[in-house]
Ligand binder design. Structure first.
Ligand code: FAD
Ligand code: NAG
Ligand code: NAG
Ligand code: NAG
Ligand code: NAG
Ligand code: NAG
Ligand code: NAG
Ligand code: NAG
Length: 506
């Protein structure tokens, strides 16, 4: 697969019109696959290379680094016709004008963590990679950040000021994707989701026009970007609210199989906590199952605002006999520094549903999942995890009271988002894993529906590509999102030419 055929962008640049007709329709083999050169891509790649240097083609040395190595899920590796790394909003405006003129398909990548093919990469189209947008500017109570940054970069920039932003929990997740889809952080219970903490977005619209949206400037678009994902434009700067959080109290706890029921009960406890004057606290709570060794374990990565040690909010976890327990007081940057999620880790399928916190039901789901994993134990490289994320009432209350809201429209009720994140090694197992994961989650969710425990809410960051998050938002919010889309993207650039990711059907 390493034989790159001649596909020279400099040749394309010689005579745009000749190329647009001459090579169109030919098949191009890349290090990662192949595609058929379309008229739109030939036109756009040619125009881009005449306007800018550094356009990466399938024969460039950096092609694989951009089209594969920058992605978390191996399935997301695709073969773009060319790759552009813009460094200014003007360059993005120009690129969007070119895509429109050429009728060219394109994809946009921020941190590259969305885990399915097409959400952030493209076969035969143009890939815009935003990594050059790396500026950070720290203000007194906010921080301006470019979409080329990871959350670690943001926490690192704020550390010296004793402040923190509400972003991702792991080190290398991208700022743009997570902010645009919602954003689960440790401190949601007190400060809301990442999207609720965006004060302003600089956006390039589909026709290349640049707008600044905030509470008073284009307030409708400002609202729609709070959970509306990549349906409206390309964000070139986020201004995020920051909080004085110089220190955090952390806990890492690992439990063997005997501890898992109490662990899941404690997760329900954290979801239900709803104090008058809340202490910001939250976690990553994961159950792993090794289907070869038939051994399950659970892990808690808990973080709480302040220096009370051990962190008081995790007392119900701390009461369970653990195989490992490490408490510390540190900074959010230091904590995040060890939580890497290496790129190109494996192939991964996400499936998720939402429920009211009910410990018996959650424990039954865990047991059913473990039994079902045994049925696919022969899959090469199998890496099954059962993940729970909490959505406490306090997290929803922020949007209900800040005069802006967000597209989710969640009521102030506690929920648990439960997810199967299943890794595997070989492409030949793609269909098997997807079918297994979908069937299992739908079957178990049906039981929750019968018990009156299920919610229709679906988070884009935890969902499989086969799921429809918009179906779980309030219908009036989706109608409003569509109306805003009609006024800001009347040419439907972000549905017709940019089709990957979670799209409103318009
Ligand atoms: C290991 C791991 C850990 C995670 N942890 C968390 C977590 O703690 N909390 C949480 O909420 N979620 C988490 N997620 C989900 C994560 O938020 C999403 O995958 C998110 O999309 C990642 O953002 P990104 O910039 O890295 O993604 P990308 O894949 O680069 O982008 C995601 C989507 O946004 C679009 N996009 C990117 N940049 C822009 C832009 N500037 N303008 C417009 N559209 C853009 C892309 O085209 C794509 O459709 C996690 C995911 C993984 C794999
Ligand atoms: C290609 O990669 C090299 C080494 O990482 C880097 O110096 C160079 O700027 C890259 N070229 C482009 C066009 O991104
Ligand atoms: C909103 O953006 C506009 C346009 O850039 C700016 O003039 C105004 O000061 C901003 N308002 C707030 C509250 O940030
Ligand atoms: C701990 O468990 C008790 C008993 O179930 C519950 O009342 C309490 O709210 C829980 N506390 C936390 C912090 O989850
Ligand atoms: C699962 O257990 C087997 C057998 O004990 C071991 O070889 C393997 O490394 C384990 N897998 C993981 C992912 O820990
Ligand atoms: C699980 O861990 C606890 C705490 O270390 C220990 O007491 C118990 O024996 C372990 N149980 C099993 C089945 O290994
Ligand atoms: C505890 O925090 C200190 C201070 O940030 C840090 O140097 C140390 O590495 C941390 N220890 C662990 C085990 O995380
Ligand atoms: C671009 O689109 C926006 C939103 O629809 C519109 O307000 C603006 O006038 C358009 N600009 C041009 C140059 O057409």
């Amino acid at each position: 697969m390493k034989d790159l055929v001649a596909f020279s962008i400099s040749a394309l640049a010689l005579a745009e019109s000749a190329i647009a007709t001459a090579q169109v329709g030919s098949s191009v083999t890349t290090a990662l696959g192949s595609f058929e050169l379309t008229k739109g891509a030939a036109c756009a790649c040619s125009k881009l290379s005449r306007a800018y240097s550094g356009i990466i083609s399938p024969s460039s040395a950096n092609y694989t680094a951009q089209a594969a190595d920058a992605y978390w899920d191996v399935r997301a590796n695709l073969s773009p016709a060319c790759i552009f790394l813009p460094s200014t909003a003007d360059e993005i405006s120009r690129a969007l004008e070119i895509f429109q003129t050429c009728d060219a398909q394109f994809a946009v990548r921020g941190g590259g963590h969305m885990n399915y093919p097409g959400s952030n990469n493209i076969d035969g189209g143009v890939l815009l990679a935003l990594e050059k947008f790396g500026k950070v500017k720290v203000n007194a109570e906010s921080v301006e950040v470019g979409p080329g940054l990871t959350w670690y970069d943001v926490y690192a920039a704020l550390e010296a000021y004793g402040r923190a932003a509400i972003g991702g929990r792991m080190k290398t997740i991208g700022v743009p994707g997570l902010s645009l889809i919602g954003g689960f952080h440790y401190f949601n219970n007190k400060y809301g989701y990442a999207m609720d903490n965006v004060l302003s977005y600089d956006v390039v619209l589909g026709n290349g026009t640049q707008v600044v949206t905030n509470k008073t400037s284009h307030p409708d678009l400002f609202w729609a970007l709070k959970g509306g994902a990549n349906n409206y434009g390309i964000v070139t700067k986020f201004t995020l609210k920051t909080y004085a959080i110089p220190k955090v109290s952390t806990t890492i706890q690992v439990f063997n199989e005997s501890g898992i029921p109490d662990f899941l009960a404690a997760v329900c406890g954290i979801a239900k906590l709803d104090e008058e004057d809340p202490i910001a606290a939250g976690m990553v709570a994961t159950v792993q199952y090794n289907a070869t060794a038939k051994v399950a374990s659970a892990s808690l990565l808990g973080v709480q605002e302040g220096i009370s040690r051990p962190p008081s909010q995790f007392a119900n976890f701390s009461a369970i006999p653990a195989t490992t327990r490490i408490n510390n007081v540190t900074t959010i940057r230091q904590w995040a520094s060890s939580l890497d999620s290496p790129k190109q880790m494996f192939r991964v399928m996400f499936s998720h549903k939402t429920m009211k916190p009910d410990q018996d039901a959650l424990i039954s789901i865990y047991k059913a999942w473990k039994d079902a994993v045994d049925e696919i134990a022969d899959v090469e490289g199998l890496y099954p995890t059962f993940i729970t994320n909490v959505a406490p009432a306090g997290a929803a209350r922020v949007a209900l009271t800040n005069g802006v809201g967000n597209v989710w429209g969640l009521e102030a009720e506690p929920y648990i988002l439960w997810q199967f994140s299943t890794g595997w090694a070989l492409a030949q197992d793609d269909l098997r894993i997807e079918a297994w994961s979908r069937e299992l989650i739908e079957r178990l969710n049906t039981i929750n529906i019968e018990k009156g425990l299920a919610s229709d809410f679906i988070y884009m960051g935890d969902a499989g590509e086969w799921q429809d998050p918009f179906a779980g938002f309030p219908a009036e919010n989706v109608a409003r999102m569509r109306a805003i889309k009609a006024s800001y993207d009347p040419l439907r650039v972000f549905s017709r030419l940019n089709w990957g990711g979670f799209k409103l059907n318009v």
